[in-house]
Design a protein around this ligand. Structure first.
Ligand code: NAD
Length: 354
């Protein structure tokens, strides 16, 4: 298969981990006889330094012309002054997601038996965790009208029925390939947007996805149950704000933020794929960042944007194999650890041996 993939390494550890994910994509290309054209472009703080914009026109063009985008991470202390005219996160990440119309954030959360000791949660709660968050990404309180005076401030939270329906369909389609259960998170006892969220999801699932089970849960209860019974969840559907909070909470179940991938999807198969972590400036340029989140994001890219499910599975199995072999970066082990590059090479070799 031929595909155009835009690569945006970004800032901090972004370039180090993205390099390993690219190595893995190239191993898949070789093993399965595909033809991927990879175009590397500027994005984030580095793009501000070089062009004045975190999402320059050339980068926008490359993204629009590609089948999928692989992103490292953006931001860092150099660009964190809130008074800066443009910032990597707001004018970079948020604008890019809106510009490319990717409104659904997909985050699988899975534990690896070998890494369970790294989790701050008691081991008995961590067996068989395998859930996927589907978070609405381009609406809600982050995108509503904002006002601030000396003495008061407000953020408007707004959702249309159409926005809720389209994200519910994404969750439903994912649930159909899994354990057929959706947990929808809201605060319908106090928020009007949550009431619309609850009635819309209920109606849509009842009409279009009769084989799925839908449960509703308040955000405060969800925060608790995520820690007390995490293995019960399959697909968790949330709005933008609640999803932002819960996905970070769920990430700590797995022991390291460095292991987790994500996808941002829109109407068609196009998507932006990135590890869930940030630019980790505290460990950048030391060769110790965990590249697995980036590598698994490349697997999601193959699965969701290119429909290469077998290839995606080969990457996932290779990452699991490398972890079983004890080839681990510093965040995953207290004893002897290996470099970012060594983990990437080990995954690549497993793929080439498959
Ligand atoms: P972070 O995710 O960068 O780091 C949090 C902690 O996790 C740090 O201790 C870091 O060392 C560790 N960590 C992160 N990735 C790791 C990896 N691959 N391997 C091992 N350890 C890893 O979050 P932060 O420190 O709050 O944010 C740093 C910068 O990243 C900020 O500028 C923030 O705005 C930005 N950010 C960007 C994105 C994105 O690009 N999508 C997401 C979140 C934060």
């Amino acid at each position: 298969m031929k595909a155009n993939i835009t690569i945006m390494p970004g800032d901090g550890v972004g370039p180090e981990i993205t390099r390993e994910a690219v190595k893995v994509l190239q191993a898949i290309e070789t093993s399965f006889g595909h033809d991927f054209t990879l175009e590397e472009v500027l994005f984030g703080g580095i793009a501000i330094d070089e062009s004045g914009s975190p999402y320059p026109e050339e980068t926008q063009r490359s993204c629009k012309n590609s089948d999928a985008v692989l992103l490292g991470s953006v931001g860092g202390p150099k660009w964190s002054d809130p008074n800066m005219k443009v910032r990597p996160e707001k004018e970079g990440l948020l604008e890019m997601r809106a510009h490319l119309g990717v409104y659904a954030n997909i985050r699988p959360i899975k534990t690896y038996p070998q890494l369970i000791e790294n989790s701050p949660i008691k081991n008995r709660y961590l067996d068989n965790i395998d859930m996927v968050f589907v978070r609405e990404l381009t609406g809600g309180i982050y995108f509503g009208k904002k006002e601030k005076t000396e003495s008061s401030a407000s953020d408007i939270c707004e959702y249309s029925k159409t926005e809720i329906e389209r994200i519910t369909r994404v969750a439903a389609n994912i649930a159909q390939d899994r354990r057929k259960k959706i947990t929808s998170v809201d605060k319908a006892n106090v928020m009007a947007t949550s009431q619309l969220w609850r009635s819309t999801t209920t109606e849509l699932i009842a009409e279009e996805y009769t084989d799925l089970e839908l449960e509703h849960i308040f955000i405060d209860a969800a925060a608790m149950h995520l820690l007390s019974r995490p293995a019960d969840f399959d697909v968790i559907l949330t709005d933008n704000l609640f999803g932002d909070i819960l996905t970070d909470e769920a990430a700590i179940l797995t022991g390291s933020i460095g292991m987790l991938p994500s996808a941002c999807l829109g109407e068609n198969s196009f998507g932006v794929f990135e590890p869930i972590h940030g630019s980790a400036p505290d460990i950048a340029n030391q060769g110790i960042a965990n590249p697995c989140g980036a590598i698994l994001s490349a697997a999601m890219l193959l699965q969701y944007s290119l429909n290469l499910k077998e290839e995606a599975q080969v990457i996932e199995q290779s990452v699991s194999g490398v972890i079983e072999d004890g080839i681990l970066t510093k965040d995953l082990t207290e004893s002897s650890y290996v470099s970012t590059e060594e983990v990437g090479t080990a995954v690549m070799e497993k793929i080439l041996q498959t």
